[in-house]
Design a protein around this ligand. Structure first.
Ligand code: GLN
Length: 251
């Protein structure tokens, strides 16, 4: 389910749903992508698990336009997560899941689903560039690569787990080496791309979680719930290319 692609959809973020849908279709698992728009009837929205909710990045304008509607869905999102659903948010959408963020100079209250705050860039600069990271604070696990472009600096609470640790690129705040957030079935990242097209292993991790694997982001997810791995020759090439872009940019 895509939340507010009419306001939150930078750098092809809503294409992430196509990747999820394709990888399920290749495995013979039926799926449906539904769009929730700003003028959709939010009160009668029925969000049933299994479900992956995708929230994309947005300009300041897009973030402001969608904040009220996102708050109206907070209860449904929390209850979906409790029932095993997955929420995957990118950049502006990721910021809005925290307690607070600064948009166009104004403090905006977020949903508080992720224990973090996003503050304004101290000097007005943006963090822009190709990023590669390793998932899991022990440095093992999956690699993720994509492209970040944000002004906000995000600080996770102590003990909150990032999606990954940046090897190349600047991540949540350019200082502490963290990128994104991974807490149970809630995953956030600054990486666009669309990120899932470049990171088939992350897609399968999200799908496996949504379909019942309690994988927590360390080591490998159990792909048995998906009927096993796919032949990812092309997808792996896209991933390696994204990692190489980040590595070259860091030189
Ligand atoms: N407006 C936010 C920022 O710049 C989010 C941008 C985005 O989603 N790419 O921090």
């Amino acid at each position: 389910m895509r939340l507010f692609p009419d306001a939150l959809d930078l750098y092809g973020d809503s294409g992430n749903t196509q990747v999820l849908e394709r990888r399920l279709a290749w495995r013979g698992i039926p799926a449906r992508v539904s769009d929730v728009l700003l003028d959709s009837d939010l009160d009668s929205l029925d969000v049933q698990a299994p479900c992956i909710v995708l929230i994309g990045g947005g300009s300041d304008r897009g973030q402001i336009a969608s904040t009220h509607a996102l708050h109206r869905l907070e209860g449904k999102l929390r209850s979906l997560i409790d029932r095993g659903g997955v929420v995957f948010a990118v950049c502006g959408g990721f910021q809005l899941l925290g307690r607070s963020c600064v948009v166009a100079g104004e403090r905006v209250e977020g949903l508080g689903i992720i224990p973090m705050d996003t503050v304004a860039s101290p000097d007005g600069s943006r963090i822009i560039g190709h990023t590669a990271e390793v998932l899991g604070s022990d440095g093992t696990g999956l690699k993720v690569a994509g492209f970040e472009n944000h002004a906000g600096r995000t600080w996770l609470d102590e003990g909150a787990r990032p999606l990954g640790l940046t090897r190349q690129g600047r991540g949540n705040n350019g200082e502490d080496g963290t990128e994104g957030y991974w807490g149970g079935h809630v995953v956030g990242t600054y990486l666009h791309g669309p990120i899932l097209a470049k990171n088939p292993a992350l897609v399968d991790a999200l799908l496996a979680m949504a379909l019942g694997d309690d994988w927590d982001g360390v080591g490998e997810p159990d792909l048995a719930v998906l009927g096993g791995p796919l032949d990812d020759l092309l997808e792996d090439v896209a991933h390696i290319h994204a990692v190489n872009l980040a590595t070259q940019a860091a030189k």
